[in-house]
Design a protein around this ligand. Structure first.
Ligand code: AMP
Length: 222
């Protein structure tokens, strides 16, 4: 297969971004976060960014066709063979079905869907304490991963900020949206026998190690 992808599925705060970044470094897969792509489009002030901002600010999902077009365009333009970690995508059944049909056309393979399982209490704490570097995107937590100097990035010295969608009211909305939308997705990928449940409340080194072990054990992720 010239394109292979794995998916990281998890509630906001389940560690998708952090884990995907580490697995990407360990495997050479490209980390593709739809949230990051949209935030970049907003920063650049593109048409996509202006549309997306209206949805993101309120904790709603960006329309399916817009998201699928953004991801598939990126995959089609990438070098071959392509290996991708899809982080935060697909989020709805329609996205999953559209992805499936694009993958059939492109002869691409979905190797695994990792479901990162964490309780709501842990998630809420992780999200309200999350701080992100404005410049390089490094992720901190006020207690669990504090920067050396308050609100300053260790890596590049820039200011840290709290994402507007990490405010408590918006988080609750995002949880609701996630639960409603992913029930069907989980069933869909379970049926295809590619869903892997991983307990993501453990320290990230353990979670990464388990994911790498699963990927290495299965020839499907080649
Ligand atoms: P994230 O960083 O993955 O939590 O995404 C932040 C926000 O971007 C979400 O709350 C959505 O509004 C939007 N978003 C990211 N990925 C998707 C997607 N696959 N489908 C629809 N909206 C998305």
């Amino acid at each position: 297969m010239s394109i292979t992808a794995i998916i990281f599925l998890g509630a906001p705060g389940a560690g998708k971004g952090t884990l995907a970044a580490e697995v990407a470094v360990a495997t050479g897969y490209e980390h593709l976060s739809t949230g990051d792509m949209l935030r970049e489009a907003i920063k650049q002030g593109t048409e996509l960014g202006r549309t997306a901002e209206l949805y993101i600010k309120q904790g709603n999902l960006v329309p399916d066709d817009t998201i699928v077009a953004m991801v598939v365009n990126h995959l089609r333009q990438g070098p071959l063979p392509g290996r991708y970690i899809l982080d935060g995508f697909p989020r709805t059944m329609r996205q999953a079905e559209l992805l499936d049909s694009h993958f059939q056309q492109m002869q691409a393979k979905l190797a695994f869907v990792f479901l990162l399982d964490v309780s709501r209490e842990v998630l809420f704490d992780r999200l309200t304490g999350r701080r992100v570097c404005r410049k390089c995107g490094a992720i901190y937590h006020v207690r669990n991963i504090p920067p050396k100097r308050a609100d300053i990035c260790d890596a590049c010295g820039s200011e840290l900020f709290q994402r507007p969608d990490d405010m408590p009211e918006v988080i609750l909305k995002r949880f609701d949206v996630f639960t409603k939308q992913t029930r069907d997705l989980i069933a869909f990928y379970e049926q295809q026998a590619i869903l892997m449940r991983v307990d993501s409340s453990r320290p990230k080194e353990q979670v990464v190690a388990e994911i790498l072990k699963i990927m290495a054990a299965e020839p499907r992720a080649d």
